[in-house]
Each structure stands twice: as C-alpha cells, then as structure tokens.
Write a protein that binds this ligand. Sequence first.
Ligand code: SF4
Length: 447
Amino acid sequence: MGLSGKSVAFHTLGCKLNFAESSTISRDLQGAGMTLTELKSGADVVIINTCSVTNQADVECRSIVRKALRANPEAFIVVTGCYAQLRPSEIAAMDGVDLVVGAQEKLHLRQFLTDLTKQDEAIIHSCEIQDVENYQAAYSLGDRTRAFLKVQDGCDYKCTYCTIPMARGISRSAPLDQAVSQARALVQRGVQEVVLTGVNIGDYGKGEFGNKRHDHRFIDLLHGLDEVDGLDRIRISSIEPNLLSNEVIDFVSHSQRFVPHFHIPLQSGNNEILGKMKRRYQRELYQQRVEAILARTPDACIGVDVIVGFPGETEEHFLDSYQFLANLPIGYLHVFTYSERPGTEAIHLDGVVPPVERKARNHRLRLLSAQKQKNFALRHRGTIRRVLWEEANREGLMFGYTENYIRVQCPFDADRAGTVEHVMLGEWGSHDGLDVQPIQQQSPVAS
Ligand code: SF4
C-alpha cells in the first residue's frame, strides 16, 4: 500500500533530540508523498514520539492515543521513542495502538507502514537496547530560524535516577564531516541558529565509527562547525560539568558563532546527594566551571538542571543545595521533581521524600529561578545585543532570545520576524522578558 496521498500527524514529547528525530521521520514520510497535518484534523497515520524521563510518560501516551482516535477512529497509531523502547509490550497492550517501534528502527519506520489497517493486536518492531549500536543522524526544521542538530546519542554514564541509557543505548556520535555538512545544509535552508543536541554531547567523538574509540573530541566538533560560512549562531544545548573543559570554555569565549550560553546539569547542590546520584563530580567542580566561564565571558548565561526530592534528600540537604544555587551567579534553573523509574538504582534507595514535600521544594526552586532570570536580564538593561526573532505572532507580540539567552519581546512586525537584529535592551516586560527597541547599527554592540 503506497503512502502517497495519505496524511500523517506527529505528537512529540520530551527533549530536543526527540524533536530532531520526529522532524527527520516527518521529512522522510513527506518524501514518500504523505502530507503533514494536525492531530486534531484526523490524520490517517499518527506518530507519537515518547519520552521516559518522568513516570507520566504512559499517562501522556494514553491520552494522546485517545485524542488521535477521537479525531479519526480509523487512524493508524504508531508509538516510538524512549518509552516505546523501554516498555514495548505495555504500549502494545494499549487500546488503539497498531505499531510500536524501538530505538533502532524509529528513523526507518516508513518500512513498517505497509498496511495501515487497524490491528487487533499491535505489532512490535524493537530489539534489546544492547543491540542498538549504530548512530542515526537527525535534525529539526521546525520554524526556519532555528534548528536542533543531533550530533550524539546514548550515554555510558550510570546516574542512579536515569533511564536514558536503557532507552537510547551506548554513547555514539555523528561522523564529524557529516555533522558539519548537515550544518551547511541548514544554512542553505535559511537557518540562522543551530542548537547542538544529543544525550551527553560532551562525550562527542565516542563511537563515531561504530567502535568504542574516541576518534574526535567535542572540541574538534566545535572547530569544524566554527568554519561553516553563513552560520550565524551555534548554541550548545547542554553539557555535563565534568566534560566542560577550559579548552571548550576558551573556544566559545573567542568564537564569533558559538553563543555565550552554557546549560550545565548540576542535579543537586549537596555533595552527599550527588554521591547517591552517582554523578561524576562534587559541587566544587561545578562552581569552578561557573567561575571559569564568567572569568572569560562575564555576560555569559549559565542555566542549571536540578532535581528535587531525590531519595534521602532531607530538609537540610535541600537547604544546603538551595543556598549553593542562591550563591551561584547563574541565569536560570530547570527544576525537575524526582520520579521513580523502573530499572533504576535509585528506586531501591531509602529515605523516600513524600510527594507533597517534593512539590514544595520544586516550587521554592522555581521562585529562585524566576528571580535569577529577572536579575540576569536586568543586569543587561541599556546594552545593545543581537536577537533572533521567532516567526510566531503571539497576541500581537513577537519573542526572541539574545545570544546570551535573554528572552525579549516587542510588538509583532512581520518584516522583522525570523530575522536577527540589533536591539537596545529595555525594562522587564509583561511576558517574563525584556522590552526592546530596534536600533540602527551605528552604536557599539555589547561584545
Ligand atoms: S549523564 Fe546521567 S542523567 Fe545524563 S543521560 Fe547519562 S545517565 Fe542520564
């Protein structure tokens, strides 16, 4: 059965990597003659790309399946992504699901769309994660301005709360020349900002040619991408603190393309909890990385991932972590509430924190994050920066980010949407960002 003329809708959960992979599958299916449509418009095929980081994955997956079938009871439902790799039979048992596709097969799922009739029993195409060794390229092309470029996949670390290594497999990387040529292709399509995406991208180079060797290092990738003509901005989506070398920090501080924004997972500001998480550093190393960045690039934005409510986290541990974060010169926090994940070491640890307490700690850190974000933005008031405007018109406003990740807003202007321009940073506005004024490029720009 040909796919030509059939419609397909996507619902993607989770991280930038999942969006890059959904976008790549979508391009492949459109290349086979399918038309992309919205879930609510009743598609012939619905692809749900799942996440496994929280224990909400199954709840979310079920509700999307129901929503898709409400829009088209005959829709052929495909579930893929991390949750599908971790628990294929559980998903196959869900009413309405026709096909479950694992990590190895997901970017080639077109080959399984040969018969789109609803199945009495869902078909599973998946293999053991130990057998997933090859690297599959992907990049997103959501709106034209910004693209997520996958450069690495999988992880060899063993953090005790994390399911990602079980869902995505061993650490492996895009061949360097492939990553560079994909960045060039994105520039030719008008993309102005590329966000480097992966699971543990600081480990880039491992498994580049299907082996466990490190043929290149992360810094080699940065050098390669820094040569891509016409690529205006490159953002590193996230990097482990123990893999953030002075070499990388130096390189970014001198590069015209790599933006001064570092998102660095910390997970806890208390060393005892870091030990229980089996993170590969203590907080002193983290602080030292922050200081090393700001010594070279004083206006760099540093974002922090932190988990609250990890087993054994007492009020004292939490306050110690809170104080450590409060004292750090950072720009914002991404706060996650610990959730028990089957197959992880952490679920066997003592000292379970009551959900109501986890929620309260999450709230306290989000308040701290809002304060940090506002203080960081206001510190740059009156300076001139380059902003990449998003294309969307949101209730007459348009939004964008400066290189150092300050969210800005101004009245929507179709001629300026999707462009990079110099702006004067103004006061704190109505939507968690600074109001800005466009300026003619005579005045000096903040370096
Ligand atoms: S570094 Fe740790 S938290 Fe991150 S993906 Fe690997 S195991 Fe998970």
